[in-house]
Write a protein that binds this ligand. Structure first.
Ligand SMILES: C=C(C[SeH])C(=O)N1CCC[C@H]1C(=O)O
Ligand SMILES: [Zn+2]
Length: 601
């Protein structure tokens, strides 16, 4: 039974939650207007709305402190107050708040509008990251062309925001301190509600690293066979421009160069999608149908009306980096993605729609709980579905793979390897992104050695190196969206571990996995399509939002409350055995020696 004080406190929370929904709706509309139509004027409009709301939040913070909420018995009221009490950047005084948002907006604008000149057609200097440069990094098999786009992109993006980054770090840390954190690293880690979270991540990486070393050595051999020993030396870190992705974060786009059994069924459905006349809209309809087949939500009609699912033809002043948007009114949800028709982008479409599913499932939560159980949960939802979609079994079901395609153990290994190029490979990259930023926020990496510290981490942890020597004149972290947009990245490391725990739980619910006899129905062959049991299990966790600690949400989903690498390792165990056998057979050097690339301080 709530005390009178708690009854009064709850009434205040009801007001605050409703008012924050209303105000955040205005914030999101202004942010959407800027991101979809970049201009100084639209940034100023967005910042004006955000500054007004920051003022309101500071005012309410003073109001909240009149309530002795730490002494309340009601856990839910205490949880809401403790979350509302953390203002983030809104804690900054007005003019610093505005400077902080302007710095982020300017970095995002430079990144999103950066362009380079062509390698072959040197007069075409209108090539943007999406779609042109991304397409060349994925499709070119000419090391010189790949080096050109790698170097030019890093010059046109990272180097151009270098002068703004220290100011962002300084103001982010000032805000963190005003929220009673030592720095932004601690503020970011606080959201995971576990005082030992950084150590837990380090422990998970130690468990997963052996598998990464195997796929790294195997891919390096395949690249050496393709490009020769001079370009891909046997024991060296892998040159980052040869891996199919500008940041070498996922290598699935060089699947054709590295597949274990080239003759077997190709899991790359891009040609089929193009042949069948797939459009971006059809890709998102396909994703929606998967969710509804499991008794999860369809997209509201306004989603199809307001979303931007293709890059506008006539202009480039748009943030193309894919994103999902909640407008906090229980009905307006949107995706903005400069979609091109490909298998990789079909996965991204599922990823983004997973965010929308989460938004819809927790729509009845109070404002403060309209978040993922932690940020990694939000990133995992769509990916879990995509794990089912990309099974050969499912691709045949939806007509993207010939019905008579032979799916034998070698074809299954090809599929596992393809998923490994996207999931195993990504882990050290995601880890590096925030290992670098934690040290920057903590003052261990200062601006005079931002770049060389970045490459030391990238070489030590990920085993990749830049295609050319670097120096502190460059700012290569700034060539990656999440760095210039100030988006925390550990969420993706968490997602790529827990999505296999969710997949395992949902496959069990769907009767397609048996934890007591794991190889009787291999986890990587599971497809939860049309399983109401799997959908209801997922939905029951999504509806909670952040109303309970993520460990509780994990327990509801998987029966236990911890992050656990064993589901991922179980999923990839046939691949790990194959890679270990193959690397031994070819005498591969596991790991890498020091890079010969210099970084001039
Ligand atoms: C698709 C999104 C929007 Se939340 C994204 O940023 N992702 C999804 C995978 C990792 C990360 C990236 O692209 O770096
Ligand atoms: Zn996401």
């Amino acid at each position: 039974q709530d005390t009178d004080a708690e009854v009064e406190a709850r009434e205040y929370l009801n007001y605050l939650n409703k008012e924050m929904d209303r105000r955040t709706n205005l914030n999101m509309l202004a942010a959407w207007n800027y991101a979809s139509n970049i201009s100084e004027e639209n940034l100023a409009k967005q910042i004006a709305v955000e500054a007004e709301n920051a003022r309101f939040q500071k005012e309410q913070w003073r109001e909240m402190m009149k309530y002795p909420w730490q002494s309340y018995k009601n856990d839910d009221i205490k949880r809401q107050f403790s979350m509302f009490a953390i203002l983030g950047s809104a804690a900054l005084p007005d003019e610093k708040f505005i400077e902080y948002q302007k710095t982020l907006g300017d970095m995002e604008s430079i990144y999103s509008q950066a362009k380079v000149c062509g390698f072959k057609n040197k007069t075409n200097c209108d090539m943007h990251l999406e779609p042109e440069i991304t397409a060349r990094m994925a499709q070119s098999r000419d090391p010189e062309e790949l080096k050109h786009y790698w170097v030019e992109w890093h010059k046109a993006s990272g180097a151009k925001v270098k002068h703004l980054y220290p100011k962002y770090v300084e103001l982010a840390n000032e805000a963190a301190v005003m929220n009673n954190f030592t720095d932004t690293a601690e503020y970011w880690l606080w959201s995971y509600e576990d005082p030992h979270f950084q150590e837990e991540i380090a422990h998970l990486w130690q468990q997963l690293k052996p598998l990464y070393l195997q796929i790294h050595a195997y891919v390096r051999r395949k690249l050496r066979e393709k490009y020769g020993e001079n370009i891909v030396p046997r024991k060296r870190p892998i040159p980052a421009h040869l891996l199919g992705n500008m940041w070498a974060q996922q290598w699935n786009l060089i699947y054709d160069l590295t597949t274990p059994f080239p003759g077997k069924s190709s899991v790359d459905v891009t040609p089929q999608m193009l042949h069948q006349g797939y459009t971006p809209r059809k890709m998102f309809r396909l994703a929606e149908e998967f969710f509804t087949s499991m008794n999860l939500s369809a997209m509201p009609e306004t989603f199809w009306e307001y979303s931007i699912l293709e890059k506008p033809k006539d202009r480039n002043n748009i943030v193309c980096h894919a994103s999902a948007w909640d407008f906090y009114d229980g009905k307006d949800y949107r995706i903005k993605q400069c979609t091109t028709v490909s298998a990789d982008e079909l996965s991204t479409a599922h990823h983004e729609m997973g965010h929308i599913e989460y938004f819809q499932q927790y729509r009845d939560q109070p404002h403060i709980y309209k978040n993922g159980a932690n940020s990694g949960f939000h990133e995992a939802v769509g990916d879990v579905i995509a794990l089912s979609v990309q099974t050969p079994k499912h691709l045949r079901k939806i007509g993207l793979m010939e019905p008579n395609t032979v799916i034998d153990p070698e074809a299954e290994l090809n599929h596992l390897f393809h998923v490994g190029l996207e999931k195993i490979v990504f882990l050290p990259f995601a880890y590096t992104m925030d290992l670098w930023r934690w040290d920057v926020f903590r003052g261990q990496i200062t601006k005079d050695h931002y770049n060389c510290a970045w490459w030391k981490l990238r070489t030590d942890i990920q085993g990749v190196e830049p295609p050319v020597d670097r120096s502190e004149d460059s700012f290569d972290p700034g060539a990656k969206y999440h760095i210039v947009a100030g988006v925390e990245y550990l969420r993706y490391f968490v997602s790529f571990v827990i999505q296999f725990q969710f997949h395992q739980a949902m496959c069990e619910a769907a009767g397609q996995f048996d934890r007591r006899n794991p190889m009787s129905k291999p986890l990587h062959e599971c497809d939860v399509y049309q399983s109401k049991e799997a959908g209801n299990l997922l939905g029951s966790m999504l509806r909670l939002g952040s109303s309970v600690p993520w460990q509780k949400a994990m327990e509801i989903m998987t029966g236990q409350g911890k992050m656990d690498a064993s589901a991922l390792l179980q999923y990839f165990s046939p691949l790990q055995q194959y890679l270990e056998r193959e690397n031994k057979r070819t005498g591969e050097y596991i790991g890498w020696t020091a890079s010969e690339r210099k970084c001039v301080q």
